[in-house]
Ligand binder design. Structure first.
Ligand code: CTP
Length: 418
């Protein structure tokens, strides 16, 4: 079960139109519901040919609406007129899948079924996920309708490129439901406390090559840093996620910059977080390798029979946060992590001062339920003035606490002087 997020208790209208991809909207409705969203489904008449309303009702635990003439108020609507009640109470209107036909109809303001009339009446953000054959998608008529919708502020999720039910391949494919959930978060977050702020986050380990087949690294999974990136997107920030080698998917809406070793992470951080237009905040959640082999062998290091293996000479890597602290133009807020196995508070306080941080998030890596591989973390927030021990919580909840702290520290964007 996903933990509490920006989707929790959000009222989402899910419009489903008559595409074969309507069956994928079932998984989408289920995922949004599992995230704690209240999902009211409106189906066009064509959509009911592909999926029964009962499927959506069973997945969401709420009424699925199919007709404009329905006056049932048992869905908790504020008015007995369904399209007004649905459109006014919602946080987001998501039409997924949206066909070329429904795009054309809403582009021109037609209001002849419950979904189109609700779209006209809605005063919340609108997000659409197209699904159609490549020829229909690329048709200039469809493209012109897309331009109209974009110009009016309608947000798009996809389409993707790939195989379609027709057997053809191309642009027009309905994107995966996880990605659509990511777009919902992106759109819902747009007016959040970090709207207009640029936040750079690092995550994962760095990897230092020894020879073409071996490297030195650490156990970092990247989970905490990726969760912070998602929480920052949820809060409306423009997020750059500088990721070491991990295979996690980046949050939708974040710019992902993949790096491998400490020096390439340092270069990426300096390029994205410092300089003439520094980021508003830098959150260094990466577990940076402090040392690297003095030399990388060009060939695989071979065993030498009857001889002890050659020792590996290590040299020190740059300290990225320290280098950032020495820049003339650096982020307004800098947050570091301190993973310690002893003297947690004292070591973290020393790093806070040496790297000129506003906040250091310290955790004891010897605890079984906190740290690298697990989904939970128990951290201490340390600032130059305070030490605040947080209880054991999910990495998502820790991420939200960090992002809330940063947003509070930055204040409202009007105070930034930008
Ligand atoms: N960090 C960094 N560059 C490094 C090492 C660490 O920017 N070369 C950052 C980490 O991302 C983290 C903070 O500095 O936010 C503290 O990292 P940590 O590994 O705990 O501390 P170190 O400074 O490396 O000290 P030590 O390993 O001796 O504890």
């Amino acid at each position: 079960m996903p933990s509490e997020s920006i989707l929790t208790n959000k009222h989402i209208i899910l419009g489903v139109t008559g595409s074969i991809a309507a069956y994928k909207a079932c998984a989408l409705a289920s995922q949004l519901t599992q995230h704690g969203a209240l999902v009211d489904v409106i189906m066009t008449e064509a959509a009911t040919r592909f999926v029964l309303p009962l499927v959506f009702q069973s997945l969401t635990g709420r009424l699925a609406y199919t007709t404009m003439w329905q006056t049932d108020t048992s869905g908790g609507l504020g008015t007995h007129i369904a399209h007004v009640g649905l459109g006014h109470g919602a946080d987001l209107l998501l039409i997924a899948p949206i066909t070329a036909n429904t795009m054309a109809r809403i582009a021109y303001g037609l209001a002849d079924d419950l979904l189109s009339v609700t779209t006209l009446a809605a005063n919340c953000p609108i997000l659409v996920a197209p699904a159609m054959d490549v020829g229909m998608y690329e048709n200039p008529t469809t493209q012109a309708n897309i331009d109209i919708l974009r110009a009016r502020g309608v947000h798009f999720a996809g389409p993707g490129i790939g195989r379609m039910a027709s057997g053809l391949e191309g642009l027009g494919r309905f994107i995966d439901s996880e990605e659509i959930v990511g777009h919902c978060r992106r759109v819902l977050g747009m007016s959040g406390p970090l709207a207009g702020r640029r936040v750079v986050i690092t995550a994962g380990p760095t990897r230092e090559p020894l020879d073409p087949v071996r490297y030195l690294t650490n156990y970092s999974s990247g989970k905490q840093g990726f969760a912070i990136a998602q929480a920052a997107v949820d809060a409306g920030a423009e997020v750059t996620l500088i990721a070491g080698p991990v295979s996690l998917p980046a949050p939708i809406g974040a710019l992902r910059v993949d790096v491998t070793d400490t020096r390439s992470m340092r270069d990426a951080v300096l390029a994205h977080a410092t300089g003439d237009a520094p980021a508003d905040a830098l959150i260094m959640a990466a577990a940076v390798a402090d040392f690297r082999p003095a030399e990388m062998a060009n060939h695989k290091i071979k065993k030498k029979r009857e001889q002890a293996p050659a020792p590996i000479d290590l040299i020190e890597n740059p300290d990225i946060l320290y280098e950032v602290s020495q820049q003339a133009h650096r982020p307004t807020v800098a947050v570091g992590f301190a993973a310690e196995s002893d003297d947690l508070i004292a070591h973290a306080q020393e790093k806070l001062a040496r790297k000129k941080l506003n906040l250091i998030v310290a955790n004891d890596i010897t605890a079984g339920d906190a740290g690298f591989a697990v989904d939970t973390n128990r951290v201490v927030f340390i600032t130059p003035k305070e030490v605040d021990e947080l209880p054991l919580m999910s990495k998502e909840a820790v991420a939200k606490c960090i992002v809330d702290w940063v947003a509070k520290k930055l204040g409202s964007p009007q105070n930034s002087g930008r």
